[in-house]
Ligand binder design. Structure first.
Ligand code: MN
Length: 358
């Protein structure tokens, strides 16, 4: 029956009228030939539409982000999920190199619509998974070069990258490519840590230093930077002095406890204005009770609800790129940290420019 209506080329409105589940449209039903790969031709949509679990078992198929098609390049895409599998920049627990794979695996639970915001990402944007940057696990500086080169190519196509980390080192080479295209960008940085250290163990590149390097190279519009969720013991009494001296707004976690972050986000939207903004979300911003699978956990963190409020609060901003970093599967015994990461990445997709909301 579904394929009958689909072949008639029914519009969404007509489908609703006939009470056909919306996600039934555009899917290869197992009853109509066992097609497991989503494709636009069969869906009649001009966008990539992941297969619905109503017709294709979640556990089947090759693991891509949100069960989207895999593409070799970003050509023709409005947004792309891309993995950067490194943990050679970590200072404590390793494992984030496995983050992209585990996030993809857990992302099989994602569905096509955002029930909370009514966003319809796969009716709004052409999205695909473009695989991973081929990193150099033996040379972090070479890895950074490879990342910048890869993102330069992605950004040249006009595609917005949604990155699956990987440790937080990757934000620096990504922002090099982003600033090359857009100029200095605003930054919404959600994290337990400021990641603005200068030199650690004699090295300037690592997951504790990316935003110091970004400032030094003029990649950030420092008056349009906010750091949310910072906490933990420090090396001095005022750990965030350097951030504030640059002009960043620092929102320590104590300011977030016991409250909705929606009011904060309306201030952040005013701070960001209409210029380009990059969103960098370290999963360790969340309390380790919710997201234990990470490299440098700190107690008394944000809740997943607050994480979602922050991302939904970015709706309307001129987002030019997003990342979700520091998921470390070896410390994620239930997979729930990766699952949370997958959902936060979906929320990021759902606030990109040109998103359609019902
Ligand atoms: Mn971080």
């Amino acid at each position: 029956m579904f394929s009958f209506w689909r072949n008639l080329g029914l519009t969404r409105a007509a489908a609703v009228f006939f009470s056909i589940p919306r996600q039934a449209l555009g899917q290869c039903s197992s009853r109509t030939g066992g097609c497991l790969i989503p494709n636009r031709e069969s869906s009649g949509s001009r966008y990539n539409v992941p297969p619905s679990a109503e017709f294709v078992a979640r556990v089947s198929g090759i693991s891509t982000m949100a069960k989207l098609p895999y593409r070799e390049t970003a050509d023709g895409l409005d947004a792309a999920f891309i993995g950067v599998p490194i943990d050679t920049g970590t200072s404590n627990r390793p494992g984030a190199r496995f983050g992209p794979r585990q996030i993809r695996a857990e992302s099989a639970l994602l569905r096509a619509y955002n029930s909370g915001t009514r966003a319809a990402p796969y009716e709004s944007l052409m999205v695909a998974d473009i695989g991973d940057v081929n990193v150099n696990l033996y040379d972090l500086k070479d890895t950074c070069k490879r990342i910048t080169e890869a993102y330069r190519k992605i950004l040249a196509t006009g595609c917005i990258p949604l990155t699956l980390g990987g440790d937080h080192t990757i934000a620096y080479p990504i922002l090099q490519a982003v600033a090359e295209k857009h100029g200095p960008v605003g930054l919404v940085h959600v994290d337990a840590h400021a990641d603005t250290s200068d030199v650690v163990l004699g090295e300037r590149i690592g997951h504790g230093t990316p935003f110091r390097r970004c400032v030094e190279e003029g990649l950030l519009d420092c008056q349009r930077v906010v750091q949310i969720g910072l906490r933990g013991s420090g090396y001095s009494a005022d750990s965030y002095e350097w951030s504030r001296a640059q002009g960043f707004r620092v929102v320590q976690v104590e300011e977030c406890w016991f409250k909705s972050l929606s009011p904060l986000m309306s201030e952040v939207r005013a701070q960001m204005g209409v210029g380009p903004v990059y969103l960098s979300f370290d999963i360790d911003a969340l309390d380790p009770g919710f997201a234990p699978g990470t490299g440098t956990p700190e107690i008394a963190g944000l809740t997943p609800i607050q994480g979602v409020e922050i991302i939904r609060g970015c709706r309307g901003l001129n987002l030019v790129g997003c990342d979700l970093v520091e998921v470390s599967p070896p410390y994620d015994t239930t997979g729930n940290t990766a699952l949370t990461g997958a959902n936060l990445l979906f929320e990021m997709l759902c606030v990109l420019p040109k998103m359609k909301y019902y």
